[in-house]
Design a protein around this ligand. Structure first.
Ligand code: PRX
Length: 654
């Protein structure tokens, strides 16, 4: 199995949706797609207004779009409460007793929450937050396992106009501190722990550790999930079950402006400090809803399952806001895909009759490696549509997903988008788009995507360039929280009035987009964005380290593996014990996903005469074992030779 981009060029297998699938789909022919796409980019306001009208608004908007690059305001003058679209309108009608969330915990416990119950739980928790003194626009940090209460906490924030900042449960206490400080959060919702591979993730302990360094927290509400003893600080901490028992299950929702902030979600960039991506209400919800409707073609009788974590944007848009706005039934799972073995997902698909399944290429590659015997044991015939997200899916993984999981009959939607875009941007539509393994195909409605060269000219077919979006769309991020200058510089400074995604891509002759990967110093490790600078700054924070450079290396399972070059301080010896200590240190500072797969001690790093580390050379070296690229600007030629020798030596000893 390879993960090479080059193989895409040779990809000529084309898969068209079955006639029976197309016949029932909302968009059933390419002619229909092309017509609507053209209309939607010629007159985006008309298209998005039509879609937004399907949501619950308290007050209609005056203007669909106010646009002065890079500032977009969508549906200005309009007022809504996001939870009315996601919960109340279903609870008030025939979906009242329909399952909203079918939950399975890793230990095997199960729970079904109907839309009626979801409404009561969201209202209760909204009342709890109000009782704790949370006001509109206050930031609430949510650090939870993958349990329904994570979604309930997010929706409760939305209901009272507070801004949630969800932190992935796999992140460390220091990552919590960074996010608390940056967002100025005043309240935390967490759990005692969560289950992962049979072990408890000590969420509350991590929060306690973080709160030794951050003083601004007024309350911590703790959901009891794992039941082990945790410390509770008097006057600050309280239990979810105690608090919810005190309040009514009704909460009158206030209406907020369409541009009211909904959440902040941190994502990696090319500097050490994660960016707090801000999303607002009306536009974001419109993007989430519209993509669920057309990309997943969700129906009332679907059972939908997205395996992402709520700590990532996929969990926000395609577990919480989009599917709930559609009123669909979804499956939610707490734990690891290989617990107790690699059959867990397939068992759940069979048992719950999952019809739409959305996962990541890195998971698919792990399943391939584990062996076909796991899916083969299960009846997967309920599936009708498959989705992929997070990184380019290599054609081998695509084919396996198509054949072994989809039984050759399910269309695959390979969806390209980002934390910043809020919703899917480039994707097949399942009832019409001819798919090819490895391409996210064509832009979604209202999305004017293009590939430009350095001068801003559109690239010719198969010529590589930068992926940009030329027109605003409703679910676009409004800013980096507290850092407008960085927002402008990162996304809006390459080409006038256009959004740059930071991805390299090309289009084939049919216009399909092939995403090649990041152009900046951002790695994609198991579908997670990770800034090389973040890992580097974690490393140099260790007492033994003088300098470090981190690069990605292609990896069959993770997409990219993290390789760190470390120069130690004078007198420190580079031992295997120190390698382990540094890995653990990075795990502690950022989280386990950031732990370097390889650490190489190097007396010196390759630099230009002006002292810039030449990561390009390091990348090539770890990928191929050699450097053939231009080295004329390299200050000291012996450095590369020494590094090559040390990599060879350490890979030999494993
Ligand atoms: O490089 C692209 C890659 O993931 C980046 C966005 O990461 P994040 O904000 O964490 O969001 C991930 C989930 C939406 C993109 O810049 N990426 C995401 N989906 C794809 C992809 N690359 C290729 N194909 C995809 N389908």
């Amino acid at each position: 199995m390879s993960n090479s981009i080059e193989s895409h060029l040779a990809e000529d297998r084309v898969f068209k949706p079955a006639k029976s699938f197309s016949a029932k789909a909302r968009i059933s022919s390419m002619a229909q797609y092309k017509k609507l796409w053209k209309e939607s980019v010629d007159k985006p306001k008309k298209f998005w207004a039509r879609e937004a009208k399907e949501l619950a608004w308290r007050k209609p908007w005056k203007k669909v779009l106010d646009w002065k690059a890079p500032d977009a305001k969508w549906f200005t003058g309009g007022k809504l409460n996001v939870t009315e679209s996601c919960v109340d309108r279903h609870a008030a009608g025939p979906r009242r007793n329909k399952a909203a969330i079918i939950f399975e915990g890793e230990p095997g416990d199960r729970q079904v929450i109907t839309y009626g119950q979801l409404q009561r739980e969201v209202c209760r928790f909204a009342n709890v937050l109000v009782a704790k003194g949370v006001k509109p626009k206050d930031r609430v940090l949510v650090y939870m396992p993958m349990i329904p209460e994570a979604a309930i906490a997010m929706l409760a924030c939305a209901r009272i106009g507070a801004v949630h900042s969800v932190v992935f449960g796999g992140f460390s206490s220091e990552s919590i501190v960074d996010r608390l400080e940056d967002s100025g959060a005043t309240h935390i919702v967490t759990a005692d722990g969560g289950w992962r591979r049979g072990k408890i993730v000590p969420l509350k302990d991590n929060v306690d550790e973080a709160l030794k360094k951050y003083q601004g927290i007024r309350s911590v509400v703790v959901f009891k999930r794992t039941g082990q003893e945790v410390a509770m600080t008097d006057g600050r901490d309280s239990w979810w079950h105690d608090e919810t028992a005190k309040v009514p299950a009704k909460h009158e929702a206030k209406a907020f402006d369409s541009e009211h902030p909904l959440f902040i979600l941190y994502t990696s960039g090319s500097t050490g400090k994660p960016k707090g991506i801000l999303h607002t209400s009306g536009g974001y919800l419109t993007g989430a809803y519209t993509t669920c409707k057309y990309v997943f073609d969700m129906r009332d009788d679907d059972v939908y399952w997205c395996t992402a974590d709520v700590g990532w944007i996929t969990g926000h848009t395609y577990i919480v806001y989009g599917p709930l706005a559609m009123g669909v039934t979804q499956v939610m799972y707490e734990g690891a895909p290989n617990h107790p073995d690699f059959g867990r997902f397939w068992q759940m698909i069979e048992e719950y009759g999952v019809s739409i399944f959305y996962t990541a290429p890195t998971a698919i590659r792990a399943f391939i490696k584990a062996g076909d015997q796991f899916p083969e044991k299960h009846d997967l015939s309920s599936l009708r549509l498959l989705g992929s997200v997070g990184e380019p899916i290599n054609p081998e993984a695509w084919m396996w997903y198509h054949d072994k999981i989809g039984g050759g009959r399910c269309p695959i939607v390979d969806t390209w988008w980002q934390t910043e875009t809020g919703a899917i941007m480039i994707t097949p539509l399942p009832g019409c788009t001819p798919t090819k393994p490895g391409t996210a195909t064509l832009p979604f409605f209202g999305i004017d995507a293009a590939i430009l060269d350095e001068e801003g000219h559109e690239c010719k077919p198969n010529e590589g360039g930068r992926l940009v979006i030329r027109k605003p769309w409703p679910s676009m991020t409004r800013t980096i929280y507290g850092d407008k200058a960085r927002f402008k510089k990162t996304y809006w400074s390459d080409y006038k009035g256009m959004y740059t995604a930071g991805d390299g891509a090309r289009r084939d002759k049919q216009g399909n987009f092939w995403i090649v990967g990041r152009l900046d110093d951002v790695l994609n490790v198991s579908g997670h964005r990770l800034g090389t600078a973040e890992v580097e700054s974690a490393l140099v924070a260790h007492a033994a380290v003088a300098e470090s450079a981190v690069v990605g290396r292609p990896d069959d399972l993770k997409g990219q593996a993290v390789v760190a070059f470390v120069t130690l301080k004078e007198g420190v010896e580079g031992t295997p014990a120190l390698q382990k200590e540094l890995r653990d240190h990075v795990g502690k500072v950022i989280g386990a996903i950031a732990k370097p797969d390889e650490i190489h001690f190097a007396p010196a790093l390759p630099k230009t005469r002006s002292g810039k580390i030449m990561r390009r050379l390091l990348k090539e070296l770890v990928a191929t074992g050699n450097v053939t690229g231009n080295t004329t600007t390299l200050e000291d030629f012996t450095v590369i030779d020494n590094l090559r020798k040390s990599i060879e030596a350490s890979r030999k000893t494993g």
